[in-house]
Ligand binder design. Sequence first.
Ligand SMILES: [Zn+2]
Length: 115
Amino acid sequence: MGDRYRKFYDDNAIVSGINFSDNELHIKREKQKARELRHSSWWKKKIAKGICYYCGRKFKPSELTMDHVVPLSRGGHSEKINIVACCKECNTKKRSCLPVEWDEYIESIKKSGIT
Ligand SMILES: [Zn+2]
């Protein structure tokens, strides 16, 4: 009971960005979880499909990277629902873009993807 309450409280503090050191701790913890997920059969199956979540092109499993849809720095978690496989190009692009620019990029992919 107590633990569950504490977790709820922690998450809220992170999302509202009250405390910077809390956020750093959050990122550290979630990165560790991501490392563990990388070894899971769930992840191996995901990359075995070889499809980039964003651009939808096909790649070798070794060319796919792990990406958090909601970045850890913005309160995202290393949960299966928030983790996707994407190509290096999309990953790099996402990191260098503002959220708005990234949305535009995804839109342009979707439009050009219709063949
Ligand atoms: Zn891609």
